[in-house]
Design a protein around this ligand. Structure first.
Ligand SMILES: Cc1ncc(COP(=O)(O)O)c(C=O)c1O
Length: 386
């Protein structure tokens, strides 16, 4: 799996022109990720989960590629609508939705919704009569970094009765969805979930309800600091085989988020202060846990830090700029000696980073710039070298 990575020259060139911290997204990398998935899972219709990164340039590229979109809120729907994406290309895949938001979504053309409890049916039926609904089932996965099955998904044995009730209320029971959990490191969980869904599809048919759609959610992993590289070729191959065996005639949807944009973004941050504490070097960065590195808290994430200085590496502490002691990005991280002004690069920052960054203490979240819009970078750099 290839990740986008700035060279030292490119990073320095950009850092001379944009204030740090900033994110650099490669839209070509996003496109390659999308095309890879379409090639590996040819029967699967992609609904990009924009919660992972809703940078308009990414959404525009995905829209131009023909992707559909998974949205979690009316704010995400409005954002896509403002970019010209019709509601018919979205699935409102938050199992519990405010009634007003369902109504506005329906007005904007959204007619696919997920749910996992009876209490949601009346709201959807009143605000979006005749909409297609998918029931979300709880599945098991102990190899996902982020568990999405404690809060979400009805126990499988109650799933079909929910679909029957949705039908009685005037909705169209289209199918079943699940999410194996985010950053799912093995494909076995998909196999188990698909086997479970096959049983539910068969039972539904026996009960006179023909389901037509299976939504396999998100979960595909990206590289993380200190973890083995995920084998996406093997994972997608196994998922494809299960789908062809168990669901040869069913329409398949997916909601990848992290996979689509995670490897396409680099963060460039700068050392703004140095200290020695208990004999150890401490570096204060201009981005931290309340900003781009918020996944330390919200995403169970561990970040890579890359340096371009040479010299012996010693265990060092990296902290963010806020006046809070919890704002620690990494401890005992091997690093060469850095100075105020040194640049630090974090790759694979595209997912659940910008989208959850806060402005705590008045530090504004890092802005995203598009690599290809600055493609002059490479030309300028080679011109400078000549
Ligand atoms: C309903 C739903 N779909 C898709 C996703 C995207 O998952 P991932 O980023 O693991 O691909 C999420 C993540 O929280 C989700 O809640």
């Amino acid at each position: 799996m290839k990740s986008f990575r700035l060279t030292e020259e490119e990073m320095e060139y950009l850092a001379d022109r944009y204030p740090t911290p900033f994110m650099v997204v490669s839209l070509d990398r996003v496109e390659k990720n999308y095309r890879y998935l379409c090639e590996k899972l040819p029967r699967v219709k992609v609904f990009y989960a924009i919660k992972a990164n809703s940078e308009p340039a990414i959404l525009q590229r995905m829209a131009a590629l023909g992707s559909n979109f998974d949205v979690a809120s009316i704010g995400e729907i409005r954002l896509l609508a403002s970019l010209g994406v019709p509601g018919s290309r979205m699935i409102y895949a938050n199992p519990v939705k405010p009634a007003w938001d369902i109504a506005e979504a329906a007005k904007l053309g959204v007619d696919r919704f997920t749910f996992d409890d009876e209490s949601e049916i009346e709201k959807m039926a009143a605000a979006a009569p005749g909409a297609q609904v998918l029931v979300r089932v709880q599945v098991e996965n102990d190899s996902a970094v982020i568990n999405l099955n404690e809060k979400f998904g009805v126990v499988p044995d109650k799933a079909l009765s929910l679909l029957h009730k949705a039908k009685e209320a005037g909705l169209v029971p289209a199918g079943i969805c699940f999410h194996v959990g985010s950053q799912s490191l093995k494909s076995e969980a998909y196999g188990r979930a698909l086997t479970l869904c096959r049983r539910l599809f068969d039972e539904a048919e026996q009960q006179g309800m023909k389901l037509t759609v299976l939504d396999i959610g998100g979960g595909l992993p990206i590289p993380e600091a200190g973890q083995p590289e995920p084998d996406l070729d093997a994972m997608t191959e196994e998922i494809r085989r299960h789908l062809d065996r168990l669901f040869p005639e069913v329409e398949i949807w997916s909601e990848p988020g992290r996979y689509m944009c995670g490897t396409a973004v680099n963060l460039v941050t700068r050392v703004i202060g140095t200290k020695e504490r208990n004999g150890q070097p401490w570096y204060v960065l201009d981005d931290g846990m309340y900003g781009s590195y918020n996944g330390l808290v919200f995403d169970h994430w561990t970040y890579k830090l890359e340096f371009f200085q040479h010299g012996v590496k010693v265990p060092s502490v990296f902290v963010g700029p806020s006046c809070d002691s919890i704002d620690v990005v990494a401890r005992d991280y091997p690093a060469p000696v850095l100075q105020v002004g040194s640049l630090v690069l974090s790759p694979e920052m595209g997912a659940y980073s910008s989208s959850a960054a806060t402005g705590f203490n008045g530090f504004q979240p890092a802005k995203t710039i598009v690599y290809e819009d600055n493609i002059g970078v490479a030309e300028n750099i080679s011109a400078m070298a000549r």
